[in-house]
Design a protein around this ligand. Sequence first.
Ligand SMILES: NC(=O)c1ccc[n+]([C@@H]2O[C@H](COP(=O)([O-])OP(=O)(O)OC[C@H]3O[C@@H](n4cnc5c(N)ncnc54)[C@H](OP(=O)(O)O)[C@@H]3O)[C@@H](O)[C@H]2O)c1
Length: 315
Amino acid sequence: MADKKVIAVVGATGAQGGGLVRAIQADKDSRFMARAITRNVNSDKAKALAASGAEVVAANVDDEASLRRAFEGAYGAFCVTFFWDHLSVEREQAEAAAMARAAKATGVQHVIWSTLDDTRKFIPLDDPRMPTLHGKYKVPHFDGKGEADQYFRDAGVPTTFLLTVFYWDNFIYFGSGPKAGPDGTLALTMPMGDKKLPSMAAEDIGKCAYGIFQRPDLIGRTVGIAGGHLTGEQMAAGMSKALGVPVRYTDVPPEVYRSFGFPGADDMGNMFQFKRDFNEYYCNSRSIEFARSLNPALQSYEQWLAANAKAIPLG
Ligand SMILES: NC(=O)c1ccc[n+]([C@@H]2O[C@H](COP(=O)([O-])OP(=O)(O)OC[C@H]3O[C@@H](n4cnc5c(N)ncnc54)[C@H](OP(=O)(O)O)[C@@H]3O)[C@@H](O)[C@H]2O)c1
């Protein structure tokens, strides 16, 4: 125990970080031990982590001093931000910068920054194919993370930049599941045309991150992972089979998706359009084979559905 290297995990009670903590704990011969970071060490989830053997420490990504305390003595740090909690690129970037500085100050030897592409490198702000949002972004929750890569580089932190993908869990927790249309038939609506959406079980992101911490040769590199590359038709067909009720795929133009009215619909509409229109790049940058090399237990969409389809709300 004493000679194990500590991995400090931001978001340890959540999807990505939680998967990483569980991956470390599941490997009884691990050279690593998890330090779970939470804002509230007394929450039920935090207590469950402590009961499972993780060291649990309090920190807030908005409080750099607390991050320094949480990273102190750690070999590795898994860094993630929580865009959908506040919808602010500026806040997300301040949090990323604070994590980079805290990692530098404490001498962390391997950081994983959970990032996404800066889509403005593909579709400049003056390109009228999709609206510019908040004056500065095409896909705010992507662009802010991609721009924040530079904070880790500028701080001189040994970092692996991890490009993640759409979670299948969004069908359960993020309102992205199928909805009944006017004729009562369930429809999975995404503006992806016939293009493939790289996607995966959220739990596998953490498992892949665990694989990355065992690969110091990946420091300084940008790597992308996925559990599947699936068209909307394939996703809907998989759901139909797993649920035993018809689910059809409905392709809508991105401008229609942007007008759906939920918070961040414009961001999500631009996101899907980016993934559709730059599909070759997007798929090539998220490799299923590479993800499986990091995490041999990588779930396929069918495996994920077999375990989780019943939890998808149908409405
Ligand atoms: N949904 C997708 O398909 C998808 C795909 C790719 C990337 N992403 C990105 O993933 C990120 C979210 O990661 P996730 O899904 O793992 O999050 P999550 O499941 O929502 O978990 C967030 C956890 O982080 C903690 N947290 C929240 N605010 C915090 C703060 N200020 N300081 C410290 N901890 C805080 C919370 O724990 P406590 O309450 O215990 O503190 C919470 O349990 C977003 O930035 C999103 O853009 C999402």
